[in-house]
Design a protein around this ligand. Sequence first.
Ligand SMILES: NC(=O)c1ccc[n+]([C@@H]2O[C@H](COP(=O)([O-])OP(=O)(O)OC[C@H]3O[C@@H](n4cnc5c(N)ncnc54)[C@H](OP(=O)(O)O)[C@@H]3O)[C@@H](O)[C@H]2O)c1
Length: 217
Amino acid sequence: MKVFVIGANGKVARHFADFAKEDTAIEEIAMIRHTEQAGFFEERGIETVLLDLVKNSVDELAEAMKGVDAVVFSAGAGGSGFDKTVLIDLDGAIKAMTAAEQAGVKRFVMVSTFRTGREEMAKKNGLQIYTIAKNYADEWLKNRTQLDWTIVHPGILVDTPGTNQIKVDMGQEINEIPRQDVAHTLVSVLHNDNTIKQEFEVLSGNTAVEEAINKLQ
Ligand SMILES: NC(=O)c1ccc[n+]([C@@H]2O[C@H](COP(=O)([O-])OP(=O)(O)OC[C@H]3O[C@@H](n4cnc5c(N)ncnc54)[C@H](OP(=O)(O)O)[C@@H]3O)[C@@H](O)[C@H]2O)c1
């Protein structure tokens, strides 16, 4: 399966690249923003395309997605300003969804934030605009596209090594999860069509990634 990863140079997605390299069923195409980022992917035999969610058009994104089986969206402004949050986490995500549909790609896996919804969006904290952007990107994916979506809501991302043990559910108390385990979860989601039209929170837990994802109904 050809998987087009947006935000491929991000910390979660670099772990995804390591999994993809070992997984004969996954052929990654890494969407990066700068040529100097290509080496990491070339070392892993992964093709790169140079595109930017803000600077490039839907048509340009769609052209790069032609022949792809799935899109993974793991890009984000990462606290670089509210304007960027709206441009990347909200409009960039919607551009990616529109491009996927235009290119005839059905499968779309979104890395969202832990919790969305009206109550979360009303919280006047440093994450409010980000939460609003992620919420409406998720809503667009669910309600305004015909894509085979999965929305993954990770807890607080940490860089400790993955444990391969997770907990998936909705309405959990927020906790941490290693980025490596999020990447592993994304791989497992791609392998399990039972995750289509499903969304779930993912935290460190006591169930092996494959088992936890397999069990989702
Ligand atoms: N931090 C948390 O605790 C947390 C919790 C839940 C969910 N999340 C979500 O998880 C996602 C992945 O996390 P992460 O740690 O891997 O994030 P990250 O390391 O900040 O990666 C974000 C990626 O987005 C790319 N990007 C930024 N602007 C772009 C643009 N205009 N066009 C295309 N790509 C662009 C960046 O590219 P460059 O490498 O070129 O800068 C980077 O590779 C985040 O985006 C966030 O929404 C985070």
